[in-house]
Design a protein around this ligand. Structure first.
Ligand code: ZN
Ligand code: FE
Ligand code: FE
Ligand code: ZN
Length: 267
């Protein structure tokens, strides 16, 4: 039986609070079997530097802090060395090089941009009204499919993040959602059940149950993440996430070590 929280952020991402040690301590208090650190990846040329550590901070702070926890024999198996990498066309080679020169247990691949638009950033939320909502959804899921095809990642993060502020498509997207899950399955990726959507205007877990039913059809492995940006949100609403694991993943989640995966039961 195993419960993990693979999606957490600390003060290093500049919009979170707490240190890596605070998160691991919180995970221990909650009785989690693993807490994964998945800080936002540094990007080349200071891209989006207001929302992430830069490369020098990665090597000076993040890598040593996670490394020290992993070397502590008491908590070695409790601490996952992860990263939340952005899928942003044009940066694939840089991201690939960064991932290769660092030893991660897992890499989450997330789409936070449609073109240049940081669509999950509250500062740019007005763009939803200025664009056709169906085109926005289509472009988002196209980016998700490209991220799956990139071969860079282990887990596709919050795979319907485009709903974050509660904007809904007008047209029926069933075929697009099904096709997107098929591409994820064909590329042997996991998806996460990410509870942070419950704390956002949409008030829903990522992804929705229709998406999870396609994930089940294509036997996509699931894992768990809170996307906590403060220690008290670690494993937040995991009772609901575990109910979804039961319904759409046969009660099993996937855990990672050095980018090798294994399936474990949540009960
Ligand atoms: Zn963040
Ligand atoms: Fe994210
Ligand atoms: Fe995140
Ligand atoms: Zn996030």
């Amino acid at each position: 039986m195993m419960i993990v929280d693979y999606h957490t952020h600390t003060s290093l991402c500049k919009h979170g609070e707490g240190s890596i040690e605070d998160y691991v301590r919180r995970g221990i208090d909650l009785g989690l079997h693993e807490i994964g650190c998945s800080e936002h990846v540094p990007m080349p040329e200071g891209f989006d530097s207001v929302h992430r550590m830069d490369i020098s901070q990665y090597y000076a702070d993040y890598a040593p802090a996670v490394g020290a926890l992993k070397e502590n024999t008491k908590i070695r198996s409790l601490c996952g060395r992860g990263i939340e990498a952005d899928y942003f066309p044009g940066t694939e080679d840089w991201i690939n090089g960064f991932i290769r020169e660092n030893s991660f247990d897992y890499v989450i691949g997330s789409v936070h941009f449609i073109g240049e638009w940081g669509f999950d950033n509250p500062v740019f939320v007005h763009h939803y009204e200025e664009r056709d909502i169906d085109s926005t959804y289509e472009a988002y899921f196209e980016a998700i499919r490209k991220s799956a095809r990139s071969g860079l990642f282990d887990i596709i993060g919050h795979c319907d993040l485009v709903k974050k502020f509660g904007h809904r498509p007008k047209k029926d997207l069933t075929d697009i959602l099904r096709e997107t899950m098929k591409v994820i399955a064909d590329h042997h990726l996991c998806i996460e059940i990410n509870t942070s959507g419950l704390r956002k205007p949409v008030k829903e877990i990522y992804p929705s149950e229709p998406i999870l039913s396609f994930a089940k059809e294509f036997k996509i492995p699931l894992t768990l993440g809170s996307d906590a940006h403060s220690p008290e949100d670690v494993a937040r609403d995991f009772d609901k996430a575990v109910a979804l694991v039961d319904r759409y993943g046969g009660g099993k989640i996937t855990v990672f070590e050095e980018r090798n995966r294994r399936e474990v039961s949540v009960h």
